[in-house]
Write a protein that binds this ligand. Structure first.
Ligand SMILES: Nc1ncnc2c1ncn2[C@@H]1O[C@H](COP(=O)(O)OP(=O)(O)OP(=O)(O)O)[C@@H](O)[C@H]1O
Length: 398
């Protein structure tokens, strides 16, 4: 699935937006504060039921307004819409005219991944983001995973409640034993599915690293950490840590504590790579995940890349443009200036004798030396200004 149309009402500074996307490449150019990230945020919100930059929903509604709307129409003519009143907290979700009440239903219909200038810091900064990343892919690729994950979380909650009750009675300690047995069994099942999925990602990662960071490819290794010491039985680990768990009041080991470690020459990757290289690494990983999601053929992944110019030199952007071309997904890319996007336009430029167009129509901003010509509708370029988005290329007659 690709998004054909996006409509927003009162979402941040996007008061009244109605745009038609290209099925593959969409570029958004605009000054600081024009609304580029807000556009990506609106789509992300529809795919995840939350923002990638704030947990406060009230920050998303346009100043002095109380509700916002985000809605899309996909290439199958299916409509997916969400309205949220931040004063009452009322959320209204509609998929093809049918009303839904849970935000989690959104994620089944649209697989959105995002890379921002901050995301590699978050990704390498702690396990939370890495867990979120892997589980997003698992949700779309391993269809039974969400049922298993829900059962696991229910048991985890019960076990944590028992830990907090402590050994106050023989009843509470037998309850803890009961939930610990269930917890260990489900942890093993979750860890096995995650291990298989992570192995598939690692294999796929090689392909994208070869394109984006060829010099480092052979030096990178990835370790999957299941959430408790690899060579021990979880039950044994929990038994050895019974006092520690009691003082913390929750489960310290188990499938919820998994992590993925990236190493360069056996040392942590993030301490050795430059910021640009870290960003390319995260992009390679995101592409690997997008490829796996696309292979399953349930939803077509949509990739959002905010401020593509940040951290990346022209060679990196060239490598990125050829990698993106090989990815079966819809891409939305933002940039402050058109020059930053020139390697992408050059890559996408195909001489077509029937349709010759300049590679970008904003003649003030692009390299005037560039004489490449482009096939019609190979991609779209939009200009973002004060929350309004207008088509720059191929035309602005939409
Ligand atoms: N709730 C809101 N209502 C209206 N406007 C808002 C709201 N929240 C933020 N803004 C404004 O929306 C504008 C767009 O912000 P956004 O982060 O989308 O800009 P951007 O184009 O991504 O900028 P940059 O290139 O600097 O990252 C900013 O001027 C911001 O102050």
């Amino acid at each position: 699935m690709s998004v054909d149309k996006l409509i927003t009402r009162n979402f941040r500074n996007l008061h009244d937006l109605d745009i038609n996307f290209h099925s593959k490449f969409n570029f958004f150019v605009g000054d600081n504060g024009s609304g580029k990230s807000s556009l990506l945020e609106a789509l992300f919100y529809l795919g995840h039921g939350k923002s990638f930059r704030t947990s406060k929903t009230e920050a998303l509604v346009c100043y002095k307004k109380s509700d916002f709307v985000v809605s899309i129409k996909n290439d199958n003519n299916c409509q997916l819409g969400l309205s949220r009143n931040v004063s009452t907290g009322e959320t209204n979700i509609k998929i093809d005219g049918e009303r839904h009440y849970r935000l989690s239903v959104l994620a089944k219909n649209i697989a959105i991944q995002i890379v921002t200038p901050e995301s590699f810091k978050l990704f390498f900064g702690g396990p939370k983001e890495r867990r979120r990343f892997i589980d997003l892919g698992m949700f779309h690729v391993e269809h039974d995973f969400s049922t298993l994950w829900k059962s696991f979380n229910r048991v985890l909650k019960q076990r944590n409640a028992c830990i907090r009750l402590g050994n106050s009675s023989s009843n509470s300690s037998s309850m803890l034993t009961y939930w610990t047995d269930q917890f260990c069994e489900l942890s093993k099942q979750v860890a096995q599915v995650r291990f298989e999925y992570t192995s598939a990602i690692i294999k796929e990662l090689d392909v994208w690293l070869a394109m984006l960071l060829p010099d480092l490819k052979s030096r990178v290794t990835v370790q999957y950490l299941q959430g408790w010491p690899q060579k021990k039985e979880l039950k044994e680990v929990l038994f050895d840590n019974i006092m520690r768990e009691a003082s913390y009041g929750y489960s310290l080991y188990g499938a919820h504590k998994f992590d993925v470690k990236f190493l360069l020459d056996k040392q942590s990757l993030e301490t050795q790579l430059s910021r640009g290289q870290q960003k390319l690494f995260l992009l390679a990983l995101t592409f690997a995940q997008a490829k796996l999601i696309a292979q399953v053929n349930r939803v077509k992944p949509i990739l959002l890349i905010d401020d593509i110019g940040a951290e990346l030199d022209i060679n990196s952007r060239r490598a990125l443009s050829s990698a993106l071309e090989q990815l079966d997904c819809q891409v939305l890319i933002t940039a402050i200036e058109c020059e930053v996007l020139q390697p992408f336009f050059d890559r996408l430029a195909i001489i077509d004798n029937d349709h010759k167009y300049d590679s970008c129509i904003d003649s003030d901003k692009i390299n005037p030396e560039s004489n490449s010509t482009t096939k019609l509708e190979n991609y779209k370029v939009f200009h973002v200004k004060h929350g309004e988005i207008t088509a720059m290329y191929p035309d602005n007659s939409e």
